[in-house]
Design a protein around this ligand. Sequence first.
Ligand SMILES: Cc1cc2nc3c(=O)[nH]c(=O)nc-3n(C[C@H](O)[C@H](O)[C@H](O)COP(=O)(O)OP(=O)(O)OC[C@H]3O[C@@H](n4cnc5c(N)ncnc54)[C@H](O)[C@@H]3O)c2cc1C
Length: 238
Amino acid sequence: MHLLRTVGDSARLKAALASGGRRVVVIGAGWIGLEVAAAARGYGNDVTVLGQGAVPLQRAVGAEIGAVFAALHRANGVDLRMETGVSEVLGTDGKVTGVRLHAEADGTAGRDAQDGEVVPADVVVVGIGATPNTRLALDAGLEVADGIVVDAAFRTNEPGVFAVGDVASVFHPVLGHHLRVEHWANAENAGRAAALSMLDRAVSYEEIPYFYTDQFDLGMEYSGYGDLAGNAEPGVPR
Ligand SMILES: Cc1cc2nc3c(=O)[nH]c(=O)nc-3n(C[C@H](O)[C@H](O)[C@H](O)COP(=O)(O)OP(=O)(O)OC[C@H]3O[C@@H](n4cnc5c(N)ncnc54)[C@H](O)[C@@H]3O)c2cc1C
């Protein structure tokens, strides 16, 4: 059973996938889950992806683009099961043998899981997201709400203490609310801006989040913010 957090995790996962011919179950149909699924298929494994919601990536890119990714994975032989939860990971002798499914309670349409069904697995990858480690900030008395709360210049409520990157919930002047972004472009650009802020330069960070992904032969780049896309109706441009 694999998590994907570190370079070491990545090397272990590659070793588990590279020979092909294994039954791989990926829990989570977000960026990590789908990219792992594409790589696992590339090595010739049987791949099942279990995801919440009607289409993958809906919160990130909206229903219309999410449907494109669903079709892409199915066309490449991935058994993509949406509106599907996991009640149990089964194993014996320290090795996984399968994943027990449950249908989402509100999954009225497109339900791909039978309650109690077991999908056999040789390899299970858990790609269901991360939460920011804010322990140090909490202990230090900083304001924390889904990340360390900072203004558009990365200043916390404590003078002289700044936060930036995945762990920071930054006020975005264009969107008018706080935003926590888990992408490397944000870590890079915001890091530079935070350094200027620490040097007492005037900073108001207005960068629009940027992200790219490569899955099978599809490359996608986006600039934007997930909630805007997520609220869009399929086929209705915003
Ligand atoms: C598997 C995986 C795939 C990803 N793929 C993509 C991708 O394709 N595209 C993309 O844009 N983004 C991707 N990301 C996200 C991207 O890696 C992060 O957004 C980026 O690394 C955030 O940078 P950061 O500096 O904010 O935090 P991190 O890179 O997490 O760095 C934080 C550092 O602080 C250290 N630290 C934590 N607490 C303490 C402490 N108390 N004292 C001292 N040190 C501490 C940690 O050990 C770590 O080294 C991926 C992430 C993962 C895990």
